[in-house]
Structures are given as structure tokens and as C-alpha cells.
Ligand binder design. Structure first.
Ligand code: FE
Length: 164
């Protein structure tokens, strides 16, 4: 017979329940020209993060490799990878296997896309020849958020509510 659970379980991490897309534009952290991310979970235990990615027309998310799995759901707009024939439409689910290399763009007929991504591990930015030119992980994302939230007046600690 199982021992009764101690409730609440000591040491358990607090849950997160937030408006994913609040009116406050300052939650969006600039990443590149016409590219922003909005953190939802920055997981320092498993090494990964959940965020909304927003890309406006002419925005490009630089070519990168995923060493671990990524899944996503398109909330608004549409986008494609230069390396693949398909387009992710509003309402699409996307799975990206470990080892996948791609460059994200928004088609000319779309003003803005917003997609929820759950990213494990890291993003390794690469050049045309596959050579590494940049790197992001949960720690670099946290630092980007701290710097941005401090700069826009929310305070660096604003990011703490998303860190586990
Ligand atoms: Fe990607």
C-alpha cells in the first residue's frame, strides 16, 4: 500500500500561470531586427525554455542547429524555414528533431507571426557552411531578459517569475 502523500509536497517548485500575451509590449525581448521572444518558462533544471516567438515581415531568425528536440504551435500568422518546402500555418503543430538546421522567415504576405516554442537544450547559430557563430541556452536567455527588463523599467528581477 502506498504511503499517503504529504500535501503540499515539501520543496516542490511553484507553478506558473500567466497571460501569455499581455498588453504590455515590454514583455517582448528584442532578439534581432523584427524578431522578439516573450519568455514563459526558463527551466534551469532540464536546460530549456518555453517562449513565444514573434517575427514581423522581413524578420529572419538566423540559421541555427538544435541539438535537442523542439515543438511548437503557431498562434498567429504563418512562417517557413528556408531549408524546407512546407509553411507552418496558424494552428499548425511543428516538431523539430535533434540535429535539425534551419532559418526561419515570414512570407511577404504575412505581417506578423507569433508561435509558441518549447526548446530543449540550446540553439547553436551557424553560418552557410555549418560553422558555429553563436549560442543560446537557458542561461543566456535569462541574461537577455534581465538586461531588457532592466532597460525598459520592469526591473531585471521581472524575469524571475519565469525561472525554475
Ligand atoms: Fe529552430
Amino acid at each position: 500500500m502506498n504511503a499517503p502523500l504529504i500535501l503540499p509536497t515539501p520543496g516542490i517548485q511553484p507553478e506558473i500561470a500567466v497571460a501569455a500575451m499581455p498588453d504590455d509590449e515590454r514583455v517582448w525581448v528584442p532578439q534581432a531586427k523584427d524578431v522578439w521572444f516573450r519568455p514563459l518558462l526558463l527551466n534551469t533544471v532540464t536546460g530549456g525554455w518555453c517562449n513565444l516567438l514573434r517575427v514581423r515581415r522581413s524578420g529572419i531568425l538566423q540559421r541555427h542547429r538544435h541539438p535537442m528536440v523542439v515543438v511548437g504551435y503557431v498562434i498567429r500568422g504563418r512562417w517557413k524555414y528556408l531549408e524546407h518546402p512546407w509553411t507552418a500555418e496558424e494552428g499548425s503543430f511543428v516538431y523539430e528533431p535533434p540535429g535539425e538546421v534551419h532559418t526561419l522567415t515570414v512570407p511577404d504576405d504575412c505581417g506578423e507571426m507569433i508561435t509558441f516554442f518549447n526548446i530543449q537544450g540550446a540553439m547553436v547559430y551557424v553560418d552557410e557552411d555549418g560553422r558555429q557563430v553563436g549560442y543560446e541556452d537557458v542561461w543566456s536567455k535569462i541574461e537577455m531578459c534581465r538586461a531588457h527588463y532592466a532597460a525598459v523599467g520592469l526591473g531585471a528581477a521581472y524575469v524571475d517569475q519565469f525561472v525554475r
